[in-house]
Design a protein around this ligand. Structure first.
Ligand code: MN
Ligand code: MN
Length: 466
């Protein structure tokens, strides 16, 4: 029987009830643009594995878009664009708005550091004829996931004479990679009894870097020496130089499409470079904003935002102070009238592990960017908890431009928890809420996102800036 008219109950339900839907159903015309949008996203990911590389790549993109280095002595007019780099690890874009600065700034802040294995400050050793690096993991990782993953070596070394050398091994097609070993199933009876969080222990995350000795019977530690010789040939560094280095071991593989339908992106470090990319593209797209826009790509979020390149520092505050001096504005008035998107990812609902989610308040792949009113743990502790008014403002911006969005919490109450940079902006007296892309397998060496979500996150950021 064909249904021609809705029943009274169906009509009332349409009017009163609400549900979030897959963008592929409500906006099938967005599938192709989303797939196209993500082609350059994958290129960005392959060039941005560390915060330093991401900063340098964002600078390149910004220069092409007409941004110039920020000059606190210069005067700027509406539509002018500038960028500011903090110690090579964090970058800020500003586009001056038509309204006075005291009417407030539109901030969008994403982080460009990701969980990884950092080298210890004195990392090189050999054991039983294998040369290794010792590591200290950075950020929240599930250590067992990092065994038998091909790794690349990225970072900088300050040589004794003050020369800064960039290090990158394992990204070029013919470059060697590195790896942490794990046991074979035949001999893992004891290891299998360990709890999962000790499957690989912190001091077992040792990276294999060589297995051929330096040819000299009179020298001890010949395997380590061979590795040192090769590092010296390539980068001019010695063992002492490791103490003046920041070297990060990250997955060596490239970003790729996932699924027969190419609906998803798989890549290392999408938390939070997926929000960084969409934030940058939105900053580029909105050329003449009403309010001054400040897009921040910050560091150190994964270890609590401490340090002078993280959001717990006053680096951004000092930048805003420069803006205020240029514009003759009172800083506290500027902050009071500002709104901030803390653009960070949330955990996508995973049907295979449905137990940890509360379905009605979870975000789903393909439903668009997720608004996260609060994060935290044990009763919202450590959370910003956005106001109803702030939620109204951001939802209104998105709905006026036909952006699909969804609401979500990070898993069930008391299942775990997490935090973002939102509380640091709230601390500055700025209305702040979290908005970002849902991610499957967050913090794994290979994370998964939906192209429709990425595209609509970009649209949401544009809407917020317009
Ligand atoms: Mn994050
Ligand atoms: Mn994270």
């Amino acid at each position: 029987m064909a249904k021609e008219e809705k029943s009274a109950g169906q009509l009332l339900k349409d009017e009163l009830a609400y549900s979030f839907k897959h963008i592929g159903q409500t906006h099938p015309e967005d599938i192709d643009p989303a797939i196209r949008f993500c082609e350059d996203y994958k290129v960005f990911m392959n060039n941005s594995k560390t915060e330093r590389e991401c900063t340098a790549y964002l600078e390149q993109l910004a220069v092409k878009e007409g941004y110039a280095p920020f000059d606190p002595e210069k005067s700027y007019k509406a539509g002018d664009r500038a960028y500011y780099i903090n110690r090579g690890k964090s970058i800020i874009f500003v586009t001056f708005g038509k309204k006075a600065l005291e009417e407030g700034i539109r901030f969008n802040i994403a982080h460009i550091d990701s969980p990884r294995l950092d080298l210890k400050p004195f990392p090189l050793y050999e054991k039983d004829e294998i040369a290794y690096f010792k590591t200290h993991y950075y950020g929240g990782i599930r250590k067992y996931q990092w065994g038998t993953v091909p790794l690349a070596m990225h970072g900088v070394v300050m040589l004794k004479d003050g020369t800064r050398v960039s290090v990158c091994v394992g990204e070029a097609e013919d470059d060697p990679k590195f790896v942490v070993s794990d046991l074979l199933p035949h001999l893992s009876a004891q290891q299998n009894k360990r709890p999962l969080n000790e499957g690989l222990k912190g001091e077992e995350l040792n990276i294999i870097i060589g297995n051929i000795p330096y040819q000299d019977d009179d020298v001890s530690e010949a395997f380590k020496l061979k590795a040192l010789e090769l590092l010296h040939e390539r980068f001019g560094m010695t063992e002492a130089d490791f103490t003046r280095a920041e070297i990060e071991m990250v997955p060596a593989y490239k970003a790729t499409d996932i699924g027969l339908d190419r609906s998803l992106v798989g890549a290392y470090g999408q938390d939070d470079k997926v929000c960084a990319y969409t934030a940058a593209m939105a900053a580029f797209a909105v050329k003449d904003p009403a309010y001054t826009t400040v897009t921040v790509f910050t560091d150190k979020e994964e270890i609590g935002s401490e340090g002078n390149t993280g959001m717990a520092s006053r680096a951004l505050d000092h930048f805003v102070e420069d803006l205020c001096e240029i514009c003759g504005a009172r800083k506290r008035t500027v902050y009071r009238h500002s709104v901030c998107l803390s653009s960070d990812v949330n955990a996508a609902y995973d049907p295979t592990f449905a137990d940890v989610f509360e379905r009605n308040n979870s975000c789903f792949l393909g439903h668009g960017p997720v608004l996260t009113k609060y994060t935290g743990a044990r009763g919202k502790s450590g959370s910003n908890d956005a106001s109803a008014e702030t939620m109204y403002h951001v939802i209104d911006c998105m709905e006026k431009e036909n952006v699909c969005w969804q609401i979500g919490e990070l898993g069930k109450v008391d299942e775990g928890g997490g935090g973002t940079i939102a509380l640091f902006m709230a601390d500055m007296d700025v209305d702040t809420v979290d908005l970002g892309v849902p991610v499957l397998a967050m913090h794994a060496p290979f994370e998964i996102t939906s192209k429709l979500d990425i595209y609509h996150t970009y649209k949401a950021f544009c809407a917020f800036y317009r």
